[in-house]
Design a protein around this ligand. Sequence first.
Ligand SMILES: Cc1ncc(COP(=O)(O)O)c(C=O)c1O
Length: 387
Amino acid sequence: MSTDRDPATILARTGVGADSAYGAVMPPIYTSSTFIHPGLDNKNPYDYARTRCPNRDTLARMLAELEGGAATHVVNSGMAAITLVLHLLKPDDLLLAPYDCYGRAYALMRALAEKGHFRLEFLDTYDTDAMRAALATQKPRMLFVESPSNPVMRVADIPALVPAAKAVGTLVVCDTTFMTPLRLRPLEHGADIALCSTTKYMNGHSDVVGGAVTCADMALWEELDFWANSLGLSADAHSCHMTLRGARTLPLRLAKAEDNAMAVARFLDAHPAVLATHYPGLEDHPHHARAKAQQSGFGAIVSFAVAPESVQKVAEGTRLFALAQSLGGVESLINHPASMTHFAMGPEAQARAGVTRGLLRLSVGIEAAQDLIADLEQALALCCTAA
Ligand SMILES: Cc1ncc(COP(=O)(O)O)c(C=O)c1O
């Protein structure tokens, strides 16, 4: 869906004033699981809520317009979004995916490949030359890219990878959960599918789990429609309504969280107890130039490493940053990837992906920056105290 509307306008206005029953300004929630057909020869386009539902359609329309895609499937989690796109693959098809993608995505791909659903190779999707060579020689059916990567914030060169993939007929799927379409629109670079966990920034209030798959063309969307309906992956009306409601303020939330993230990253980078800071907004991040070229912001996830023997003190020592999974909400969170989000990868894959015992990931929220920095300062001071 190509559009000239600014994302802020799309987010504020989708579904507004569309209620013909009572003239409600905001779209009502249609919780009905089934819909009446006027007659056998006069069917209602809404039939059964797993297949189609008005609130899901409204959210899907908004996401498709934001991504610049043909149409979107709104599903019940980010993992459901990944499950859905993996159903495009047949047993002989090869999937290339990053060895440091989100831990549960990694585990799902590996488990499905072991069952013979497709062939799989994990590689370094951030090494563009190696990727060009792998695409040209292996001609995979699908390239799965996660950018920036979770949790060490490496950035894949999407404008370079897409033409290399297209040249050999490879479908390109980009997980841009950390960015949202406000900061990165892979379909504009020629990717086939943009997917995200709407649980994160899109909803933004840590109270709904959801996902979305936006397709560049209708043929792909229709192929996925069979699977979304048959596997029962579609999101329910209430969660679609909540996500639409949360998304309306995304531009404001994201801008504030990004400002805070930059301030936090600069603080961490200068702190003597911090061994490494991973934030693409820092000028010395290895993918800073790449991120600047393809994104319109650096996001609000910052990861950093402390000495392994100090990690528990820091993770348990913050007062504002709550020790919890997930990211992208208004509130700041701290996560220990090795034992939490990336535990499912197993130790070998963790080591390859840079998920060390001392690594911590922050989802920087929209609180006042000075309060967040003061919180980290007191938690990092614990590194210097005896056990
Ligand atoms: C990059 C990325 N993709 C997908 C997911 C899965 O999303 P969900 O938790 O909504 O299933 C996550 C979850 O953290 C993620 O970080």
